[in-house]
Write a protein that binds this ligand. Structure first.
Ligand SMILES: *Cc1c(COP(=O)(O)O)cnc(C)c1O
Length: 377
C-alpha cells in the first residue's frame, strides 16, 4: 500500500472553473483567452520579451533548435546530467552533442570545463538549472558572448528561481519551461518557450504555428495567412492553458508550500546526513532556488538501491534519475566512453529524490523522515 506518493498532480485553485470557461468561450484550440493570460503572466512576472506556451518543454527545446538554425555538423554543449529531451531536441536537427560534466555540489554544468569544450562548430550552450538552483550564469554568459554562441536555458526545474536577484530563464537568448505533471506548475503535459532576444520573437510564432504567419494575420498585420517557413504544431489546447493559468494564480501558495517542504527535509536530515556521509543539496548564497525537488546523494549505488527498496517496503515512494547521457546507447554512438564525465557517473549512482509535491503534508514528511532515521547503513 502506498502511504506517501513520490508525486501527485493536484488542483490548487480554479482549474475546473477555468476549463469550463474555456469551453464556454467556444475556443478550446490553441491561443485562446487562457493561453494569452498565461503568456502575459510569464512575460510580466519574469520580464521576458515573449513567452509562448508549448505542448511540452521538449517541444520548446525543439523550437529553440530550429530558431538557432541548428544543422548537421553543428555542436551543442549540454550537461551530461540531465533529461534526454535537453539533448534530443538538438540531435533531432542533426547536431552532435558535446557533454560537459557537472559540479559535484550543485550538479549543474561545470562552467570551468566549458571553454575546453568549445570548437568553431559550437552553436549553442544549454545549461540546465538542476533542481531549480541556478547555474553560474555570469561565467557561462561571458564565455558564450566571447565566442558568440547562443545560450538556451533548460529551466524545466527553475521557474521563479533567481541567480544574483535575476530570474532564471532571463539570461539566455531563449529558455524553456516544463508544465509536465511532475513540475511545480502543471497542466499534465505542457511547456513554454521564453524569448529574451527580440530578433527571435516573430519567427518563434511562425514555427509554433505550423510555419504559417497565422499569429500576424489574426493581429491584422498581414492580409493573408500562408506558409512562410518550416514549423510544426507546438501550441497546446486552451483547455490546458486554463488549467495552467489556475495554477499560475496560486504561485505564492504553491511556492511557499514547496519551500516549507524543502526546509523541513533539510532541517530534519542535516545531522543524520552529516553522520552517515550523505550529501544534501547545495544552494549557493547568491541564488534563490525554485524548490523543485529534494534530493540526496547516498554513499554508493548499493546503499542507494537498498534505501529506495527500504522506503518502498514502508509504502514510501522515492526515485532516482538521470543515467549519464554519455553512457546511454545514443551517447556511446557519439563516441563517448566510461570515464568521460566522472562526476555524473558517480552522482547518478548515488542520487535519490524524496517525495515532493503540492499536497505533501507535514505528517507525510514525518513518516518519510522517521523511516529514514531508522535506515540501517
Ligand atoms: C521535465 C524536463 C524536461 C522535459 O519536459 P517535458 O515538458 O516533459 O517535455 C526537459 N528538461 C528537464 C531538465 C526536465 O526536467
Amino acid at each position: 500500500m502506498i502511504k506517501v506518493d513520490f508525486n501527485k498532480p493536484v488542483t490548487v485553485g480554479n482549474e475546473f472553473e477555468y476549463m469550463r470557461q474555456a469551453i464556454e468561450n467556444v475556443k478550446i484550440s490553441g491561443d485562446g483567452v487562457f493561453t494569452k493570460k498565461c503568456h502575459t503572466f510569464l512575460e510580466t512576472e519574469l520580464g521576458v520579451t515573449k513567452a509562448l506556451l508549448t505542448t511540452s518543454c521538449t517541444h520548446a527545446l525543439e523550437m529553440s533548435a530550429i530558431l538557432l538554425g541548428i544543422q548537421p555538423g553543428d555542436e551543442v554543449i549540454i550537461p551530461d546530467f540531465t533529461f534526454v529531451s535537453t539533448v534530443n531536441a538538438f540531435v533531432l536537427r542533426g547536431a552532435k552533442p558535446v557533454f560537459v560534466d557537472v559540479h559535484p555540489d550543485t550538479l549543474n554544468l561545470d562552467e570551468t570545463k566549458l571553454e575546453a569544450a568549445i570548437t568553431p562548430r559550437t552553436k549553442a550552450i544549454v545549461p540546465v538549472h538542476y533542481a531549480g538552483v541556478g547555474c553560474e550564469m555570469d561565467a557561462i554568459m561571458s564565455i558564450a558572448r566571447r565566442h558568440n554562441i547562443a545560450v538556451v536555458e533548460d529551466n524545466a526545474h527553475g521557474l521563479f528561481g533567481k541567480y544574483k536577484g535575476k530570474f532564471l530563464g532571463t539570461f539566455g537568448a531563449m529558455a524553456t519551461q516544463s508544465f509536465h505533471e511532475t513540475k511545480n506548475f502543471s497542466c499534465g503535459e505542457g511547456g513554454a518557450l521564453l524569448i529574451n532576444d527580440p530578433a527571435l520573437a516573430e519567427r518563434a510564432e511562425i514555427i509554433r504555428e505550423k510555419g504559417t504567419n497565422r499569429s500576424r494575420f489574426f493581429r491584422g498585420q498581414v492580409d493573408k495567412y500562408t506558409w512562410v517557413d518550416i514549423g510544426s504544431s507546438y501550441l497546446p489546447s486552451d483547455l490546458l492553458a486554463a488549467f495552467l493559468y489556475a495554477q499560475f494564480e496560486q504561485r505564492e501558495k504553491i511556492q511557499s508550500h514547496r519551500k516549507n517542504v524543502w526546509d523541513m527535509y533539510q532541517a530534519a536530515l542535516r545531522d543524520w546526513a552529516g553522520k552517515h556521509g550523505v550529501q544534501l543539496p547545495t544552494v549557493p548564497a547568491d541564488r534563490e532556488q525554485a524548490y523543485h525537488m529534494f534530493y540526496m546523494l547516498l554513499p554508493n549505488l548499493e546503499l542507494r538501491q537498498k534505501f529506495i527498496m527500504y522506503l518502498r517496503e514502508r509504502g514510501i515512494y522515492s526515485v532516482f534519475h538521470y543515467l549519464p547521457l554519455h553512457l546511454s546507447d545514443m551517447g556511446q554512438g557519439f563516441g563517448y566512453r566510461e570515464g568521460d564525465c566522472p562526476v555524473t557517473e558517480r552522482v547518478s549512482d548515488q542520487l535519490v529524490r524524496l517525495p515532493f509535491h503540492n499536497e505533501l503534508t507535514s505528517s507525510d514528511q514525518e513518516q518519510v523522515i522517521d523511516a529514514i532515521m531508522e535506515f540501517q547503513f
